[in-house]
Design a protein around this ligand. Structure first.
Ligand code: HEM
Length: 812
């Protein structure tokens, strides 16, 4: 039995419950080795703060009183406010009793942050046009582009009777539901396609080499051609608006389309399209992604310090900030690229926007089923933001900002459809009188069906049903919204539905951001990098780092590779603990059996048991091992013996988006580019270097995603140097480029200092306490496994602070 489980049992079985919260107090000396300590690098020299200096003469930890002359100030704080230093506190436990009498920890004050975005070299290398282009040539290019789209339409008409859409209960169908393009996304995609086809024609007219084509054409403006209608207009903004818009337009008043839903992803480095415009990154010497994917082992290797919440929260964050859909047919049907039993379709039946993944006959898993083809459709592209010709950029149909759009929706239409329009609340389904879940949409047909029913939930993000653990978090936030809206309506009886909805949404969004920057990110990036990039929440006061020149767009590298690091944390199954004694085990919920099937969540016992799993279930270690639930069984339906391969899909998506190799990002992040594979050894695990050496011809070709999986962890974090560099840049953009970021001061919509302080006292533990039905015990920090530094405390006590909504009492 793992040590963490022993702690829990000891606490619940042997010690009267009232003493549980005290048993980890420093007076109860604790000297057992930390669980999983050996799985982390030696941290003794890592932290710049003098944690170990402050000891009583007897060697006991001691929190010095504040001294204005000696920053950084160390203060005893409620433990959650020390969350960024949790890893250090695990190794050097430093408890204290906070001023309010709650369980506290000693950590430095953060009194200043500096913005650290835009460290990368200029991503565009604008090259000169070899000659001017005539009006006739331009007209011809545009005509050809339009013809191309018409040809696709004609193909669909002619081939349709022979072309099958994926069968509803197949992996391909669930996959298409995950990458579903909304109507606006689809419209933008067809516009993007026209712009790209015209660019291809112009490149061939001017005989531009692929290396330069995508850049040189940026001298030409689409707006001056017959395609001008594809350019996105700037919305008119109300600079004094107190709330975010639904689609995030006008967050940036200088560039109102930045971060807006249905706009293109940003790039750190220019793409490497084979034709310079949109042909995938494919050339001789690049190994098939299927063989690169087989580097990944299906080994169960738990991280004993981080809980599965790190995985779940990561997925919520991912779904908040990015959703790149894939093309659908012009009549809005999913595109099937392989036969139902995993074979290639004949060329005349293969849709031009298909990009199926080749699976080797001797693949050790798929070989046994004779599968040689995996469904894969190309990502939707958007007209370029500058409305120029040039290379393709992929479309993000969600808002880029970390604005809780995963709960509320990324367009006005979706957001409005989720509102109840009474008391500021969101729509819900109530089962059995008091069990509250997401609204059910009988018209939504993308869930796996079986004899028990086929209801699908709806939420702010299309992927809400992908996996039960994810759906639980959607329900949690929906419940919290309605709970707070109800409480605010009592505190402010004069507020109407709109004000209640907007104020509650503003609070929920602030909590979503605070939990991400205070609890989640430090567990992945470590406190030092957080500090370096100005990502640590302040102890008190406002940040003034909002900068309208910071582009809060999601980078393609973040969405396509770096933030997919989380796929390595996924575990095969969730454990169901039926009550807070953790003695009644209700069995397991295997991921591969529950894709796109939220049926079990119609039972409150499962919902609450999954929340208990968040607190005690461990994440998988971040490394090149990925569980077979996603490696071999992604979206497996009850009617199939195999599923798709998420690792191959990630690699293939990287090539679809023409993301340059890992080596180029090494350089962009400030290191020397590797000249040989062996040069990678200081940053990548030797076993990975050995394997990629045999697969790739050139070190420049190594796909970014496999590099992400193979890197040694940075000190204090779990991801490697390139991954953390891409991630930290992204989260710095999402902070300093977001006018509505919860900590920013000096804005008409800024929180009051007292409200901000209240938000800073909040934690995911409190959110789960507030929204579960039968879970009454929680750890302080649910991102970390229970331990002396992360003790069990009751939800009803004061150790996990509540949000004081009275601070939102208003006189008008
Ligand atoms: C059960 C858990 C998960 C499943 C089944 C899953 C599955 C998927 C799938 C099928 C895709 C689309 C692949 C493609 O065609 O490109 C995807 C994309 C992605 N995933 Fe996951 N994922 C999971 C967890 C996570 C976690 C924990 C993270 C991060 C911490 C994450 C981050 C991402 C990101 C950033 C994308 C790209 C999204 C976009 O831009 O559209 N995923 N995932």
């Amino acid at each position: 039995m793992p040590l963490t489980d022993r702690w829990i049992l000891l606490c619940f079985a042997l010690i009267p419950i009232v003493t549980c919260q005290y048993q980890y107090h420093p007076n109860y000396a604790y000297s057992a080795p930390l669980v999983g300590a050996s799985s982390r690098p030696d941290l003794s020299y890592v932290f710049s703060y003098p944690f170990n200096l402050y000891r009583t003469p007897g060697g006991e930890p001691w929190c010095p009183s504040a001294s204005p002359n000696q920053p950084p100030l160390f203060q005893c704080k409620p433990a959650i406010r020390c969350s960024p230093w949790f890893i250090e506190l695990l190794y050097n436990p430093w408890w204290c009793t906070a001023a309010d009498g709650s369980f506290g920890a000693c950590c430095p004050d953060v009194y200043k942050t500096t913005s650290s975005v835009a460290r990368f070299p200029e991503s565009s290398k604008l090259t000169a046009m070899p000659r001017d282009i005539t009006k006739e040539e331009m007209t011809r290019a545009v005509t050809v582009a339009r013809q191309h789209v018409e040809e696709i339409s004609a193909f669909e008409w002619h081939a349709w009777s022979n072309m099958l859409a994926p069968w509803q209960n197949s992996a391909a169908y669930s996959y298409s539901a995950t990458t579903y393009a909304s109507l606006i996304g689809q419209q933008q995609g067809w516009k993007g396609l026209q712009s790209v086809e015209a660019s291809r024609k112009l490149a061939s007219l001017l005989k531009l080499e692929p290396e330069y084509a995508g850049f040189a054409l940026q001298h030409l403006c689409v707006r001056e051609t017959a395609l001008s209608s594809i350019c996105r207009e700037q919305p008119k903004c109300n600079a004094s608006a107190l709330y975010r818009t639904y689609d995030a337009s006008c967050n940036n008043l200088d560039y109102p389309n930045w971060g807006r839903s249905n706009s293109p992803l940003e790039r750190i480095l220019p793409p490497q399209y084979a034709d310079g415009i949109w042909a995938p990154r494919e050339w001789p010497g690049l190994p098939p992604v299927d063989s690169v994917s087989r580097i990944v082992q299906d080994i169960d290797y738990p991280d004993n310090q981080l809980t599965i919440t790190v995985m779940h929260w990561g997925q919520m964050v991912a779904h908040d900030v990015t959703h790149v859909p894939t093309f659908r047919t012009l009549n809005n049907s999913a595109i099937q690229c392989c036969t139902g039993d995993g074979k290639y379709l004949s060329p005349e039946r293969t849709h031009p926007l298909c990009f199926p993944i080749d699976v080797a006959h001797n693949n050790e898993f798929y070989g046994q089923f004779g599968v040689t083809c995996h469904d894969f459709v190309r990502s939707v592209i958007a007209p370029r933001e500058d409305c120029k010709f040039g290379y393709a950029d992929q479309l993000n149909q969600n808002t880029a900002y970390l604005d809780a759009s995963v709960i509320y929706g990324s367009t006005e239409k979706v957001a409005r459809s989720l509102r109840e329009y009474v008391g500021g609340r969101m729509r819900v389904t109530i089962i059995g009188g008091d069990y509250v879940v997401l609204p059910v949409d009988p018209n939504r047909k993308d869930c796996i069906t079986d004899e028990y029913g086929s209801e699908c939930f709806v939420g702010g993000d299309q992927r809400v049903n992908q996996y039960t653990g994810l759906t639980v978090l959607h329900i949690v936030w929906l419940r919290l919204h309605n709970k707070y809206a109800n409480q605010l309506s009592v505190i402010n009886p004069l507020w109407d539905d709109e004000r209640l909805y907007q104020e509650t949404k503003k609070i929920i969004t602030a909590l979503f951001q605070h939990i991400t920057y205070n609890e989640y990110l430090p567990s992945v990036l470590g406190p030092n990098l957080m500090e370096e990039y100005g990502l640590l929440p302040l102890t008190s006061g406002y940040t003034y780092t909002y900068d309208p020149a910071v582009k809060a767009q999601i980078t393609n590298e973040f969405a396509t590779a770096a933030f997919r690091y989380g796929h390595s944390l996924i575990r095969n199954y969730n454990e169901l603990w039926l009550d807070d004694t953790y003695a009644n085990y209700g069995g397991e919920l295997h991921l591969k059996d529950w894709y796109n099937n939220p049926k079990v969540l119609f039972d409150p016992i499962v919902f609450n048991a999954l929340i208990r799993h968040f607190i005690t279930g461990t994440a998988q270690n971040f490394d090149e091992n990925v569980v077979d639930a996603v490696h071999n069984y992604l979206f497996k339906s009850p009617y199939q013996s195999w599923g798709l391969d998420l690792i191959a899909a990630n690699l293939w998506r990287g090539r679809d988006h023409a993301i340059p190799g890992y080596n180029f990002y090494l350089e962009a992040c400030g290191s020397k580019r590797a000249a040989t594979f062996d040069d990678l050894l200081p940053i990548m695990r030797p076993a990975i270097v050995e394997k990629i050496k045999y697969l790739y011809k050139s070190v420049d070709d190594v796909d970014l995603f496999i590099g992400v999986l193979g890197e040694w962890a940075i000190k204090g974090g779990i991801v490697g140097p390139v991954t953390s560099c891409i991630m930290a840049d992204q989260f710095a953009r999402l902070k300093d480029g977001d006018r509505f970021f919860y900590e920013h001061g000096g804005q008409p919509h800024s929180f009051t200092p007292a409200q901000l302080d209240a938000i800073r006292s909040m934690s995911l533990a409190r959110v789960l306490c507030e929204t579960s039905d039968t879970v009454d015990w929680m750890t302080h920090n649910v991102f970390w496994t229970p331990s002396p530094m992360n003790p069990w405390v009751p939800c009803y006590g004061k150790d996990i602070p509540r949000l004081n909504l009275n601070l939102w009492k208003s006189t008008y």
